[in-house]
Design a protein around this ligand. Structure first.
Ligand code: GDP
Length: 344
């Protein structure tokens, strides 16, 4: 089969004699989706992924697997559907019969959510509810992992935040994620689904989207050091985030679905840093002083912003035996190094 062909109507899928566990991932082409796919394939899973239909195929994070003849269409299957296309999503769930469903898809950019709040809610909020409704009707109900976000806490009164901190979102993305998170809990309690929220703080990697501040900084540090860029325009340098490393977070997501009972977990490093701290770490990697290159630009300032977002991962440490091992400044170094390699 040629690489671009749709596979959903001919698969499938699950060989009834096979004992390999089956996972379905929404948002498989994203940063987390691609790392999770690698993790699950390593563990012997058959992986199905849902890819958003668009005129361009943003699949580059999966390219290595996609062009691997031993993997694609053998242990990794891609299906095309938008999250609000309930009929197609239902069909994919019925044919693939997953044991585990990792729901990672959605408009995930906080800044962009102010410009496209309706799209953000359509996919992030309603997309999750539609998925829950489909699962509710299935004979074989997969365990569900929903990726939630620290943005649900908005401007919390307490720091660090944990699984009991009240949700008080202050961005359209945060409001949409709060709706989705509460629906997952509601379906767990009301319809007895094995459904969990991974309340993730920011997690970055060389595969992070280029408009997020970390990747914007590491690409600029690499390009400036190679004489390919003169300056970097940013918004607020005072914003603080709890930044971890994406591969650590997908490991925790998998562990959550291996627990005897469904539950919600905060996934975080427990330490917050400012954008300035990230700039320090990234530019140090290439031996430059960021203050000479960075300018502030009103276009990148947020209309409102959460504050003091730092997570308390102690429940994940106790129950999942998990910690976010890669943190700043190593995280920035890994990302700058990858961006340097890409330039060469
Ligand atoms: P998120 O807002 O947590 O999803 O992550 P971002 O990477 O988009 O932003 C993290 C922090 O960086 C926020 O406090 C932003 O206000 C701040 N920031 C400063 N300059 C920029 C910029 O140019 N782009 C982005 N995306 N964020 C910026």
């Amino acid at each position: 089969m040629t690489p671009n062909k749709l596979s959903s109507n001919r698969l499938p899928l699950n060989n009834p004699t096979s004992v390999a566990p089956v996972a379905l991932i929404t948002g498989i082409t994203g940063q987390d989706g691609s790392y999770l796919t690698e993790l699950l394939l390593d563990k012997g899973y058959i992986v199905h992924g849902i890819v958003r239909r668009s005129s361009t195929t943003a699949r580059n994070r999966l390219d290595k697997l996609f062009y691997d003849g031993d993997v694609h269409e053998k242990r990794l299957f891609l299906h095309y559907a938008d999250l609000d296309d309930s009929t197609t999503i239902r069909r994919i769930l019925i044919s693939s019969r997953p044991d585990e469903l990792y729901h990672l898809a959605g408009q995930s950019h906080v800044g962009a959510s102010f410009e496209i709040p309706e799209t953000t809610c359509r996919f992030t909020a309603m997309g999750t509810l539609k998925l829950l409704e489909i699962i509710r009707d299935l004979d074989k109900q997969p365990k569900l992992l929903h990726i939630s976000s620290s943005e649900i806490f908005g401007r919390p009164d307490t720091s660090p935040q944990n699984e009991s901190t009240p949700m008080r979102p202050v961005t359209p993305y945060g409001v949409a994620k709060t709706f989705a998170t509460q629906m997952v809990t509601l379906y767990r309690n009301s319809f007895d689904l094995f459904a969990c929220n991974a309340i993730c703080y920011n997690h970055e990697s060389p595969r992070r989207g280029e408009s997020f501040v970390t990747r914007k900084i590491t690409r600029a540090a690499a390009a400036i050091s190679q004489g390919k860029q003169d300056s970097l325009s940013l918004g607020s340098l005072d914003g603080r985030r709890d930044w971890g490393f994406a591969p650590d977070y997908v490991e925790a997501m998998w562990r959550m679905l291996q627990q005897p009972d469904a539950d919600d977990f905060v996934l975080a490093t427990g330490k917050d840093h400012s954008v300035r701290d990230f700039l320090d770490a990234a530019f140090q990697t290439v031996g430059l002083d960021w203050e000479k290159y960075v300018q502030q630009d009103a276009r990148y300032m947020r209309r409102s912003e959460g504050a003091q977002l730092v997570g308390d991962p102690s429940k994940a440490a106790a129950n999942l035996d998990w910690t976010a091992t890669t943190q700043l400044p190593e995280l920035a170094k890994i990302m700058v190094q990858a961006d340097l390699d890409a330039l060469k």
